[in-house]
Design a protein around this ligand. Structure first.
Ligand SMILES: [Zn+2]
Length: 221
């Protein structure tokens, strides 16, 4: 099985409980004598191949390191943005497409490793993941009347607004445009956001606070 280590906690003497995300979802396994023989298996963000025993709380029997993302730890901002990213993964519900999310998580961490814009990687991740929780913003038509002449985005309303439905809001085409870019982006290099990351992340956090059924651990600039 392949997975990425998200968190480890001490478990009895010399052992650790390791939480991994895999193509089958979140799992936790025991790593016995962890500090001596399983160092590569108990390091957060290590991508590993492993075998484990069966049962309710399995024990890892062997593993090999596929990739280490350890150099992310040399950059404090990158470490910071990992907090909400991993928090989202810990809140995934049953029945979601873990295989797809696993690939996206690995892609996100690879982007984070390479980027000079950690907040961009965080913003893309958080906006794209809204769909997984069933709370994707409506970005192509007005959330109230389905008109497609859009002038605004409202977190409270859950998406784009047309001119006549947004009389109580300040017009903010920039915010709408940024959410559209973040949601639909394929190549991160093509992103050209209008707002600052401070502004855009505030709005994304607000969106989660209103629509998600968990309290996201935020990381601010
Ligand atoms: Zn409308």
């Amino acid at each position: 099985m392949e997975g990425i280590v998200l968190k480890t906690i001490d478990y009895k003497e010399k052992s650790k409980l390791v939480y991994l995300y895999t193509k089958a979802g979140l799992i936790s396994v025991k790593a016995l004598d962890a500090n001596k023989t399983k160092l590569g298996f108990v390091t957060t963000l290590n991508q590993v191949e492993f075998e484990m025993t069966s049962g309710k709380l399995p024990t890892v029997t062997e593993y090999s390191l596929k990739k280490s993302f350890y150099s992310i730890y040399e950059n404090l901002t990158k470490v910071g943005v990992l907090t909400p990213i991993l928090d989202v993964i810990f809140h995934l519900e049953e029945g979601v497409n873990h295989s797809r999310i696993y690939s996206f998580l690995i892609q996100t961490i690879n982007e984070l490793l390479a980027t000079e814009e950690p907040y961009m990687v965080l913003s893309v991740f958080l906006v794209k993941m809204l769909a997984v929780f069933g709370i994707k913003p409506e970005l192509k038509k007005c959330v109230h009347c389905s008109r497609t002449t859009l002038v605004n985005f409202s977190s409270l309303d859950g998406g784009a607004l047309c001119d006549s439905c947004s009389i109580y809001h300040e017009k903010n085409c920039n915010l709408l445009n940024d959410f559209q870019q973040l949601y639909y982006v394929k190549d991160y290099q093509n992103l050209s956001l209008n707002l600052t990351y401070n502004e855009i992340l505030d709005e994304i956090y607000q969106y989660y606070a209103i629509h998600a059924n968990f309290k996201l651990k935020e990381y601010h600039l």
